[in-house]
Design a protein around this ligand. Structure first.
Ligand SMILES: [Zn+2]
Length: 433
């Protein structure tokens, strides 16, 4: 196996250090002037982070290979600095059996440019009627630990309680897409001034907050682990802060787009009003919500950033608002958006970014080989990032099969220069290896 010497990287933004990768692991760090390696990577001025981990990726395979495949989605992940992604279960067929999660897991082994950890559905067919084969998925080769009906909410309180009880047997976690279905029938955009002006059906914050409050109480009642997907409102933050203050085992994620964009984008955008590029579930909220989400990520109330990378083909997005699919791609821009929203604002340093984008998501997903400090003995999962550049976002240059990024034309900071998965480069000089 080849050895790679990374020269002069600033680990977590600290002083320059060399990093020697050998046999898939970090062999040595520090001043390694005399070290010999098969390949040397100049990392002068680059920040070294542990390989990023996404708890929430839609890879679309099987079923919607026109939107994304395991291969293209993991290429996008590697380009974004990720070494592991959790693949959401709302595929076709739904990942609700050991057979389907093993299929996704094998696709990841064969075609993945990063590790692919399948998420199992909570209910059969995401129908919310009966529990899926949670135990069989946990025991399968995919070793599923995260279960989610994402895209849909497990709205039935009894089913949610049973799922929370069931996953305790194998240290699993239920990741809830918190959306009270009756309160969001036909909902299009955050319920508020902008939705009123645009005449789009409102999506009230309470539809998210009511489910999160209920689920925190249920998780505490049965002594289980709850993870809240894509928190989007200031009220949700308050509820999660309260649940954590009680010592309950509740974790939460926020997406990059909810840290940067607001519902006013749907009205005043360089891309024009009513542009469905901004249509997403949960919806973009207000500037007050964005402020609360940033503060919550900074103080740890929200544990991590998760992309909710949701690729859609052009015909599903470039249509009228009400008919357009919900979702945005995000793997290739996540780190830049986090730099813009959290680092440039002084809310997080690079150690904080590593914690929220690698360490904590790996821990929540129980991925032992990821989210480790860049130090001798750790797996060689490393991202080299140049925070000093600013460049316009170019959808055409992306590896994802889909182009539905809301950042087109926006100038964002930073660039992923290299990604290493177990000591081998998946990206070098910003390009796929
Ligand atoms: Zn969701």
């Amino acid at each position: 196996m080849t050895t790679i010497l990374i020269r002069g990287a600033r680990i977590l933004g600290g002083a320059p250090s060399d990093i020697l990768l050998r046999d898939g692991v970090v062999a040595e760090t520090g001043a390694l002037a005399g070290a010999k390696a098969d390949q040397t990577v100049d990392a002068d001025g680059l920040v070294a982070l542990p390989g990023l981990v996404d708890l929430h990726t839609h890879l679309r395979e099987p079923g919607r290979e026109d939107a994304e495949t395991v291969e293209t989605g993991t290429q996008a992940a590697a380009r974004g600095g990720y070494t592991a992604v959790h693949a959401m279960a709302n595929t076709s067929p739904v990942a609700d059996t050991a057979g389907v999660v093993e299929q996704v897991w094998r696709l990841g082994q064969e075609y993945g440019h990063c590790d692919v950890q399948p998420v199992g559905a909570v209910t059969s067919g995401l129908e919310g009627r009966q529990l899926a084969e949670l135990g069989a998925m946990a025991d399968s080769a995919a070793r599923v630990r995260v279960f989610s009906d994402d895209g849909k909410c497990v709205s039935d309180a009894v089913l949610m309680r049973r799922a929370l009880e069931y996953v305790k047997a194998f240290d699993g976690v239920v990741a809830q897409h918190a959306q009270e279905p009756r309160l969001t029938e036909g909902a299009q955009l955050n319920e508020g001034e902008v939705s009123a002006r645009l005449g789009l059906t409102g999506w009230p914050a309470v539809a998210e907050e009511a489910i999160i409050a209920r689920d925190c109480l249920l998780a505490a009642h049965v002594g289980s682990r709850l993870h809240v997907c894509h928190v989007s409102t200031a009220g949700s933050v308050e509820i999660i802060r309260w649940a954590k203050s009680k010592g309950w085992d509740v974790t939460a994620e926020v997406t990059p787009h909810h840290l940067l964009l607001t519902d006013s984008s749907a009205e005043r955008s360089p891309l024009g009003p009513y542009n469905p590029i901004y249509k997403v579930n949960p919806p973009l909220r207000t500037a007050d919500d964005v402020r609360a989400l940033r503060e919550a990520l900074a103080d740890g109330t929200i544990d991590c950033v998760a992309t909710d990378h949701a690729p859609h083909p052009v015909e599903d997005k470039e249509t009228e608002w009400a008919a357009a699919a919900m979702g945005m791609i995000g793997l290739e821009t996540a780190l830049s958006v986090v730099q813009e929203a959290m680092v440039e604002t002084g809310l997080l340093d690079w150690a904080g970014v590593a914690d929220r984008m690698s360490v904590r998501p790996a821990r929540i997903g129980r991925l032992a080989g990821h989210g480790r400090a860049v130090e001798p003995g750790a797996p060689g999962n490393i991202t080299l990032y140049d925070p000093s550049v600013r460049q316009p976002v170019d959808p055409a240059a992306m590896a994802s099969k889909s182009r539905n990024t809301p950042y087109e034309g926006l100038t964002l900071p930073g660039r992923v220069v290299a990604t290493f998965l177990r000591g081998r480069p998946t990206v070098l000089e910003g390009k796929l290896v």
